[in-house]
Design a protein. Structure first.
Length: 325
């Protein structure tokens, strides 16, 4: 299988969950080795988990809302962050957070849809992440109303929140949620003020051994938005938000920091040390030499959803030289 095809399969598996297909000013500090002392924040305010603590306004608690079927993990989390968990009548097998949604009927996944369950639960609105003509045509044939919501850039997150608020009778709650996420991103940015910008390569999945070109987060992706808003530079100069990179390109770019985002620990059981070993086979890279190759584990870090501030904090800690728990 080519590196390009492999990258697409991994993106599909992760970002949507049958596929895990899917800020603010500056980040936490602990400069790169040899750049000086980290500037420590005077306070350590915990980030709010908006999925578990939805900011529902009292006047909208009883607003009428359609029966919802969410077909992507990030949309399931946005629904819960709007206080709509009890309006979810269906989900995919990949929508597992918050844990309470696992009691909601599963339709399988969009690529192996259980039509019987879909017809039984009678959703009044099906939520789709991104654009897929095959999916929308199938739902149209089944007479299922649907809404396609963008899921690539940071701006898309706010668009999705606003649109879902309009569709579900919770526009004020949606505004609160969007403002809360923006404030949390700004908090993370203030905590991690880089002494100097780092050139960071973010790759989706563990680099294969022997190495083949990985799929990287490029300009236009929400990861790129986070890096720029925290004062760092995206080392992946691609023409698409998510695209495979050649190993020769990576050697020429020679990023200061390489971060692998992996869904589960089993994808990189040896952690950072194992990642450094494999990346060392690519060739002479300063990130390997300076031990600045890191792994961030968790499916939530693939999602453009309400827990994005936590992802931003995890990335910033590693870039700053702090250990991410």
């Amino acid at each position: 299988m080519s590196g390009r095809a492999h990258g697409r399969r991994r993106m599909a598996r992760v970002l949507l969950a049958a596929a895990w297909l899917a800020s603010c000013e500056r980040p936490p500090t602990a400069p790169a080795p040899g750049t000086g002392s980290p500037s420590r924040p005077t306070t350590d305010t915990a980030l709010r988990n908006w999925v578990l603590q939805p900011p529902v306004t009292s006047e909208e608690r009883d607003s009428p809302c359609p029966r919802l079927l969410s077909t992507a993990p990030n949309l399931t989390e946005v629904c819960c962050a709007l206080g709509l968990a009890d309006r979810l009548v269906g989900r995919t097998r990949y929508c597992t957070y918050p844990p309470a949604v696992q009691s909601v009927r599963s339709i399988g996944a969009l690529n192996d849809l259980n039509v019987e369950v879909l017809l039984e639960i009678k959703p009044e609105l099906v939520l789709i992440a991104g654009q897929s003509r095959a999916i929308t045509e199938r739902l149209s044939r089944l007479n299922c109303p649907f809404e396609s919501l963008p899921d690539v850039s940071l701006a898309d997150l706010y668009t999705t929140i606003t649109r879902l608020g309009e569709l579900t009778g919770r526009p004020l709650t949606a505004r609160r949620l969007a403002e809360g996420i923006q404030a949390d991103l700004a908090t993370v940015a203030r905590r991690y003020q880089p002494a100097s910008p780092a050139r960071v390569l973010l790759v989706l999945g563990a680099l294969r051994d022997p190495p083949v070109g990985p799929t990287a987060a490029g300009p236009g992706s929400f990861y790129d938005d986070l890096l720029r808003r925290t004062g760092h530079v995206n080392a992946a100069a691609t023409d698409r938000p998510f695209a495979p990179l050649g190993l020769e390109f990576i050697l020429a770019a020679d990023p200061d920091v390489i971060i692998e985002l992996v869904p589960e620990a089993v994808d990189r059981p040896g952690g950072d040390a194992d990642a450094r070993r494999v990346w060392g086979r690519v060739g002479p890279l300063r990130a390997v030499e300076q031990q600045r190759v890191h792994v961030v584990v968790g499916p939530e870090h693939y999602l453009l959803g309400p827990r994005l501030p936590q992802t931003m904090e995890a990335l910033c800690k590693l870039i700053a030289g702090e250990r991410h728990d």
